[in-house]
Write a protein that binds this ligand. Structure first.
Ligand SMILES: Cc1cc2nc3c(=O)[nH]c(=O)nc-3n(C[C@H](O)[C@H](O)[C@H](O)COP(=O)(O)OP(=O)(O)OC[C@H]3O[C@@H](n4cnc5c(N)ncnc54)[C@H](O)[C@@H]3O)c2cc1C
Length: 385
């Protein structure tokens, strides 16, 4: 790189400071197993909202080899155009060539906002691009909004160990960059009639940018838990008492066709594997129904499940913070309430056997008023959780 250009690239006064030159909202279209990753589609929905408020366009950026045909899939979710880099050097994700192409395009087109999924790839690429563009990046956001008068991205994320939610702005530099975890944002409803423009780019990064080589891609077979897709999650915390009692949660989850989730405390205690952890340092989930059983409702846990449609909290402490966000609350001993619910649902869903009591009997016998009191939480009374 010529000396003058190198100096300019590292002079914040010369790069990304003329804020009015920057327009448009970009989304990195990550490719996962031959399709645009779900998180990228979620981001397109957010990008559309931000761009409409700013009166600007949404562009997708797609890198790969032989993946250009995926560009069309982005229009239904809100993109106006998709920039396509298609070359063998982009076949597998590698930081340097992807960063090189992305930065090349960003320097030329000057987007105002760039959004990426907080996946392994998105996090790596975002930090590399932000460093090269000498701009700010807010990682792992849980909410995106816009101050349209100042054209500022309002990027909210947990801060100070998750004890507060901080809204971060990047008011001196452009582009404004943020990563958002999968499933934090709602999936936009696709509009199959939306059309856009595919812009094929000739630019190919020099082989010298690729200082790493991908020899083989080995997928993590991991544990067979699919919390992110589960319609029902029965999650347990320290209030379950021990690892063995998680069997009760498994039985309820099986009856409801769901999965078992967990708080970090019980993962740390070794009661269940990390694949089940929900929260700030675990997974973000949005099931139709989330049972929080013996979980206190720490902000770090809530960060991963508050988008659930219905939250049922079961806790023996009526003051537990989880009741503040619950749609329905049951005050009682989880070891009595959960088996009662399992029996009741089994009967109600026609999965019961002759020996099993009917739903109402099960609930009242296992959860007498003194031990288990169903309560409508303040949030539920106000009509929202
Ligand atoms: C940086 C950071 C990141 C974190 N990330 C995460 C994360 O991703 N996910 C996460 O979950 N946590 C996370 N934590 C930890 C979090 O702060 C809490 O410590 C944790 O969520 C508490 O887990 P718990 O609710 O299971 O346990 P506790 O807080 O001990 O709560 C147990 C609850 O069970 C109830 N209970 C007890 N016995 C019974 C019974 N018999 N029946 C019914 N209820 C009963 C109690 O009343 C209590 O409310 C993080 C913390 C930090 C600092």
């Amino acid at each position: 790189m010529p000396e003058a250009q190198a100096a300019q690239n590292h002079d914040p006064a010369a790069q990304g400071r003329n804020l009015d030159e920057y327009r448009g909202v970009w989304v990195f279209l990550e490719v996962d197993r031959g399709a645009i990753a779900r998180v990228s589609l979620e981001l397109l929905g957010a990008a559309r909202r931000l761009a409409d408020a700013l009166g600007t366009q949404v562009s997708g950026v797609l890198l790969g080899h032989g993946t250009g045909h995926l560009a069309d899939g982005a229009f239904a979710y809100g993109a106006d155009q998709v920039y396509v880099f298609d070359a063998p050097i982009y076949a597998d994700y590698r930081t340097e060539p992807y960063m090189d192409a992305f930065v090349h395009l960003a320097r030329e087109k000057k987007p105002e906002i760039i959004l990426l999924g907080a996946t392994t790839t998105g996090r790596d690429l975002a930090s590399a691009v932000a460093t090269e563009l000498l701009t700010g990046l807010t990682a792992d956001c849980t909410e995106l909004d816009i101050d349209k008068d100042k054209r500022l991205l309002l990027a909210t994320r947990p801060a100070l160990g998750g004890n507060i939610m901080a809204t971060i702005v990047c008011d001196q530099h452009r582009p404004q960059m943020a990563t958002v975890r999968p499933r934090v944002l709602p999936m936009p409803a696709p509009d199959p009639n939306r059309r856009g423009q595919v812009v094929h780019l000739d630019y190919v990064s020099s082989p010298s940018t690729a200082i790493t080589e991908v020899l083989k891609v080995v997928r993590d077979s991991g544990e067979d838990v699919n919390l992110e897709e589960a319609p029902v999650i029965v999650a347990g915390g320290r209030g379950m008492g021990n690892a063995k009692n998680f069997e009760l949660l498994r039985e309820l989850a099986d009856v409801l066709g769901g999965e078992v989730g967990a708080s970090r405390s019980v993962v740390d205690a070794g009661w269940i594997s990390a694949a089940h952890q929900v929260g700030q340092t675990g997974l973000t989930v949005r099931p139709k129904v989330y049972f929080a059983v013996g979980i206190s409702g720490a902000i770090q846990h809530v960060a991963g499940m508050q988008g659930s449609d219905i939250i049922v909290a079961i806790n023996k402490d009526p003051q537990a913070p989880i009741f503040k966000i619950a749609t329905y609350g049951i005050v009682g001993d989880a070891l009595q309430v959960v088996p009662a619910l399992t029996r009741a649902f089994r009967a109600a869903l026609g999965k019961g056997t002759a020996e099993e009591p009917a739903a109402s009997t099960a609930v009242s016998s296992a959860a007498p008023a003194s031990a288990a009191t169903a309560q409508s939480t303040p949030a539920a009374q106000e009509g929202g959780k």
